[in-house]
Design a binder for this molecule. Structure first.
Ligand code: ADP
Length: 204
């Protein structure tokens, strides 16, 4: 099937957040883009993407939530990722993969989006973060993957602009992945991402 049965939105947290229902859009070939509201740490599927920082040793926002839910083994696995001479494990725009440990997802793909400066400087870096996350999916046989709104929290990326870049990049690099889902934590991202997807994509 196009959408594997074990890949669902986070039911109870979606109800708590009061956000509208999950909607499905067509990417390319048999790939589906879903948009839902909820908590990424509850999402069941092959991989969740973490909006990490360059040190990969935990932070706030979705990063903190993923580490709390996955347990201390995730921090150890991140620590074991080879750092460069400046202690950076994942430069902005790149991605790294670890197991998901106590998460329902099998893998965590850690990527680092840019701190927003302006469209010209920041867009290529956000695109690169999403592209490299999708390439890691393909290398690891990941067929279903959930993304948060990378860079749209403390990194300050305007959600509408980020949605446009994310969706364009997914259109380009979704081949071989059955389901890509945005699991969005609030109206501030859910509404602009749903709007962009509705403008750009056909519903399934
Ligand atoms: P960044 O540093 O890349 O901006 P943040 O974690 O600050 O990352 O925010 C990215 C997005 O993730 C924000 O829209 C934030 O509301 C959202 N977020 C925070 N916690 C969760 C969660 N548990 N599930 C899904 N999204 C989350």
């Amino acid at each position: 099937g196009m959408v594997s049965m074990n890949a669902r939105g986070a039911g109870s947290s979606r109800r708590r957040s009061g956000l509208p229902t999950r909607r499905l859009f067509k990417l390319k070939d048999s790939s589906v883009l879903a948009i839902s509201g909820g908590d990424l740490t509850k999402w069941k599927g092959d991989a969740v993407v973490n909006a990490a920082n360059e040190w990969m040793l935990g932070g706030g926002g979705v990063d903190g939530a993923i580490h709390r839910a996955a347990g201390r083994d995730l921090l150890k696995a991140c620590y074991d990722v080879e750092p460069n001479s400046e202690d950076i494990r994942c430069p902005t725009g790149e991605a790294r993969i670890t197991p998901g440990f106590r998460l329902p997802a099998k893998f965590v793909i850690h990527t680092v989006g840019p701190v927003y400066e302006n469209k010209e400087v920041s867009a290529p870096l956000l695109r690169s973060a999403i592209k490299n996350s999708l390439l890691l999916c393909k290398e690891n046989g990941v067929k279903s993957v959930a993304f948060p709104a990378i860079s749209c929290g403390v990194y300050g990326y305007p959600a509408g602009e980020a949605a446009e870049i994310a969706i364009d990049t997914m259109l380009e690099f979704s081949e071989g992945i059955d389901l890509i889902e945005f699991v969005l934590f609030g109206k501030d991202t859910y509404n602009p991402f749903m709007k962009k997807a509705s403008e750009k994509l056909a519903v399934v």
